[in-house]
Design a protein around this ligand. Structure first.
Ligand code: IPE
Ligand code: IPE
Ligand code: MG
Length: 234
């Protein structure tokens, strides 16, 4: 079975550039092109939900020059990409603590979501100013500010940034590192994880197919045993 939701930690832009004697920002520019082509691949391979780690809460601590460059790139990308998404039926959700972003970027995020809200060929989630712990703490604070006295695992989901986003079935991390780096901690509960040796700008259809094939070989038991498999969710 194909994964319902593929989550991607797009890592390795900086090293891709440095190894070519280029400035790190050249890697980010190439990374944006890879992101767009990966959205096309998600449509082609019938992946209903795809999420991308664009900018973490920790990434704010990079040098100001790099943070500013990434924010400008984000602005340009949204600006030039929204209409294309509308025409191709791609619904955009920006997921994160958006109050950490400048006002004009916050407005662009809202516009992207608003303009694509009736699209339903593919749901694309962009994690911006996102941290998994921050999301959980923000959810707890929303609960504390409400009248609610207790929550279940299911009702807790309603307080996350994007409750309708399904759990991640296949998590891909490019760029050689084998870690989670604070990506969707709640939603990766039972993700299958594919670590790619490729730097993000080099990620391509073959590597996506490798990841999907890896996913298809997994026996997902969700803590049960095989005899009990019929009761397993999904
Ligand atoms: C990922 O590439 C993009 C962002 C985190 C914004 P990096 O910038 O982390 O690239 P490396 O890991 O330094 O090569
Ligand atoms: C994870 O990559 C964040 C994004 C891809 C946006 P990082 O480069 O920030 O993560 P670490 O520092 O290797 O853990
Ligand atoms: Mg990195």
């Amino acid at each position: 079975m194909n994964p319902n939701h593929v989550g991607i930690i797009m890592d390795g832009n900086g090293r891709w550039a440095t190894e070519r004697g280029l400035e790190r920002f050249e890697g980010h520019k190439r990374g944006l092109e890879t992101l767009k082509s990966t959205v096309d691949l998600a449509l082609k391979h019938n992946i209903p939900h795809i999420s991308f780690f664009v900018f973490s809460t920790e990434n704010f601590f990079r040098p100001a020059k790099e943070v500013n460059f990434l924010m400008d790139l984000l602005k340009q990308a949204f600006f030039s990409y929204i209409d294309e998404c509308v025409s191709r039926g791609i619904k955009i959700k920006v997921v994160g603590n958006l109050s950490l972003l400048e006002d004009d970027i916050q407005r662009l995020c809202k516009t992207a979501e608003e303009k694509t809200k009736y699209c339903n060929n593919l749901k694309a989630y962009f994690a911006v100013a996102y941290g998994g712990r921050r999301e959980i703490v923000d959810a707890v604070n929303k609960i504390l500010a409400s009248q609610v006295k207790s929550v279940s695992e299911e009702s807790f989901r309603q307080y996350l940034y994007c409750p309708e986003m399904p759990d991640i079935d296949l998590l891909i991390r490019t760029g050689k590192e084998k870690r989670i780096s604070n990506y969707f901690l709640w939603q990766i509960q039972y993700s299958e994880i594919f670590f790619s040796e490729k730097y993000w700008p080099d990620f391509d259809e073959d590597e996506l197919v490798n990841a999907i094939n890896f996913f298809k070989t997994r026996e997902r038991r969700f803590g049960r045993v095989m005899d009990n498999f019929a009761n397993v969710k999904n």
